[in-house]
Design a protein around this ligand. Sequence first.
Ligand code: PMV
Ligand code: MG
Length: 370
Amino acid sequence: MITEKAPGKLYIAGEYAVVENGYPAILVALDQFVTCSISESAKEMGQIISRQYNNDQLSWRRMGDEMVVDKRDNPFSYILSAIRVTEEYARSYSRALRIFDLHIDSQLDSQSGRKYGLGSSAAVTVATVKALCRFYNLPVNKDQIFKLAAIAHFEVQGNGSLGDVAASVYGGWISYHSFDRQWLAQQRQYLDIHSLIDLPWPDLKIESLKAPKNLELLIGWTGKPASTSQLVDKISLFKARQQAEYRKFLDESKACIQRMVEGFHMQDLEKIKQEIRYNRELLKQLGTNSGVDIETPVLNDLCQIAEEFGGAAKTSGAGGGDCGIVAIDSSADFKSVLKSWAKNHIEQLPLNVHFIKDAKYKVEEYLPIN
Ligand code: PMV
Ligand code: MG
């Protein structure tokens, strides 16, 4: 049995702007995982089994007389896409495809079906790609795993930046510049997957960052799940209608993230905090201008409480629910933040940043198949 795991993530800053090619965001990987185990099946039929995804629901809408299912919130879509893409890559190495059972276990979706917004679709995609790369004995490094998982995820979700996939593959703190996904979609039609994985991808840039020692990251959960893809769709409408305002938001977000990255390079917590606050304002403004509820009242409470005790806080990710993040000096009174959150029905998620060793899989290191 082969087992691989991939961590969940949170956005620290740069949300929405990072959806545009080449625009940056900062993310962290967290120590909550999706695990994927694969074993060869002796039967003619393989199984894909998940404890958490049994009672999942489907969203659908009408388009004329057709019932159109929104696959983007269904984890099985990501698992199947990851299998399809990785097997395409395996074929480029002349591997014979086999029948297997695949077990998924997710700490990112609670047993009661609660979703925290920690990037379960990205993590399930990455875990499946990693497990299958080992199952088929494919020599891959992090860059190649990222590209395979990014293709698989993009072919289901269609409108994301793939920053969550990057955080899940590289771990720790990263700055991520999104690649040109239109280019990818075009090249997918002409190029074989092997050549595509070997090429540099336009605008893609991923840098590992080192957080200052005194930076304590707090995570608050609103208790309300939010659908990222639906929120991103709504911002796309704003982009079409108010182009000038949208461009202004993009430029300001980019400049803010560049300054924040400098803060990381200089190990300057105050500078990082200042830019978190600024990014919060940009996102609030984007919400007001577009009519999208990014910073909900609960997220606003979460941020206000953290600010009272000297933290710099903002929504994390698409907002509309899910989580908020706080950067605070480890010597500050952050326990009071947690107490006040609890009084206001905001749950702290006591998670840590997860780092991934730079393991480059080598074919020779694998156990021979059979
Ligand atoms: O809500 P999350 O954690 O899935 O983050 C979404 C971040 C966006 O920038 C709004 C979308 C994206 O794909 O980057
Ligand atoms: Mg979210």
